[in-house]
Design a protein around this ligand. Structure first.
Ligand code: GDP
Length: 424
């Protein structure tokens, strides 16, 4: 049985924690899209970890972790993360990397950096991990698959061809130093050595696992708002963040994904530029940012202060719909205990009309939030394990959101730890 864990919003919804929790009952955990540009924060008995490339199952000794073909693979980062977790006492995880995954090259990072600098004030707020240039090359059919490392001679010829294009851009668009085949081949040789122990036909492995009824978890990155098709284009990421893509990015049949746990945070946050209707500013924002998440709303990858806002039922309802949510996990609700009343964005006003269907970016730019105010519960709810034990106003908040988004909230997370969860 395959379960996907994905985000309904802009990312940072707390997917890492939910995945880590569900990984307890999983045999296999798979990353199926994205790269080292986003991160999960996981807190468990080994400590607090920021994972960017490794699947969240790495803390569970019996779990097989798979990096699927849909991922943007950064070999150095994988190695650094493996070294880091093992250095902190986590047993060597079982890891498989798809031989059809493609590699993020140093020149992808270089082009990402040069392009952000060229765009200056109009940049996308990229984390400069090379993700957009990587996926551009993948779909322009000049990417490098892990399997190609088996034939370094053929690869050298391919690299010669790639560099013709890259060097024209470097010289004439960016006025930067040109690349040499030798250096790129040296880089690829390093990758060959790092990846050799892990590279495998993961889709064949998963086919067998699915047929044997293994419990499989697909771990999404970012959220619906960052999906290149259904999100706030162009301020999106470069690979699909939807559960449906799990089938493609892992190489399994779409109808095997039976459960889609969509994670949504009890308030909103976003990293980088892009439309965010329920965003708040000033002291109100500063207080939420400081109290938010676990130690404040600052990016797991970049350390950048996250933009924050109140819960947005328009965006979240859409976010859950596009994910195909069968279950919603509402997270970080414990943070809201300080508020007398809690604003929730329940509609957008566009050109004087109220809408509740999430619109396209052109319309979003004109949207103003319409607030509904709910009474706060004014107490600390961490440690509570039964839904009935939550303060009445807290339950009303959960039920209000559930009704507005139209998908069942089956889990409420009231703390960063694995055990801080209330099932409904
Ligand atoms: P992800 O990318 O969706 O996994 O989200 P992040 O890891 O970037 O952000 C979630 C942050 O909130 C992390 O610091 C988690 O440890 C923390 N967190 C997750 N769930 C809860 C919760 O229910 N309460 C609190 N206070 N923190 C949480």
């Amino acid at each position: 049985m395959v379960t996907a864990v994905t985000g309904a919003n802009w990312g940072d919804e707390g997917k890492g924690k939910i995945t880590d929790m569900l990984a307890d009952q999983a045999d296999i955990v798979i990353r199926f899209q994205g790269g080292a540009n986003a991160g999960h924060t996981i807190k468990n008995h080994y400590g607090k970890f920021a994972l960017h490339t490794l699947p969240s199952g790495v803390f569970h000794p019996d779990v097989i972790n798979v990096i699927g073909n849909g991922v943007a693979l950064s070999p150095h980062k994988i190695k650094a993360e493996l070294d880091e977790i093992m250095g902190r006492g986590v047993p060597a995880p079982k890891l498989m990397i798809s031989d059809r995954a493609q590699i993020v090259m140093s020149y992808h990072v270089l082009f990402d950096t040069l392009e952000e600098a060229r765009l200056a004030g109009k940049s996308f707020g990229s984390t400069k991990s090379g993700i957009a240039p990587f996926y551009s090359d993948k779909f322009a059919k000049i990417g490098i698959q892990v399997s190609e490392l088996q034939d370094m001679d053929a690869l050298r010829e391919k690299v010669d061809g790639i560099l013709v294009k890259k060097n024209i851009l470097l010289k004439h668009l960016y006025h930067a130093e040109e690349l040499r085949t030798e250096d790129i081949m040296e880089e690829l040789e390093e990758y060959r050595q790092i990846l050799a122990p892990y590279a495998a036909d993961t889709a064949a492995f998963l086919d067998k696992a699915v047929k044997e009824g293994k419990r499989i978890l697909l771990e999404g990155q970012l959220g619906t708002m960052k999906d290149p098709d259904h999100g706030i284009y162009p301020m999106v990421t470069s690979s699909s963040t939807l559960a449906a893509y799990g089938a493609i990015g892992a190489g399994i049949p779409p109808y095997e994904i039976k459960k889609i746990v969509t994670v949504t945070k009890a308030y909103s946050s976003a990293v980088g530029a892009g439309e965010f209707v329920s965003e708040i500013f000033g002291d109100e924002a500063e207080e939420l940012r400081r109290r938010g998440g676990d130690g404040g709303e600052y990016g797991a990858t970049t350390g950048r202060p996250r933009r924050v806002g109140w819960y947005d039922t328009v965006a979240s309802s859409y976010g859950c719909r596009l994910q195909g949510a069968t279950d919603v996990a509402l997270t970080v609700i414990d943070v809201l205990g300080y508020l007398d009343e809690i604003p929730v964005c329940t509609a957008y006003e566009i050109d004087g009309k109220q809408v509740t269907d999430f619109p396209t970016t052109v319309q979003l730019k004109k949207a103003k939030p319409v607030w509904t105010y709910l009474p706060g519960w004014k107490c600390d709810i961490t440690g509570i394990r039964n839904y009935e034990d939550l303060p009445e106003n807290c339950r009303k908040y959960v039920e209000f959101i559930e009704e507005k988004i139209g998908y069942p909230i089956t889990m409420v997370s009231n703390g960063p730890g694995r055990e801080d969860i209330i099932y409904r």
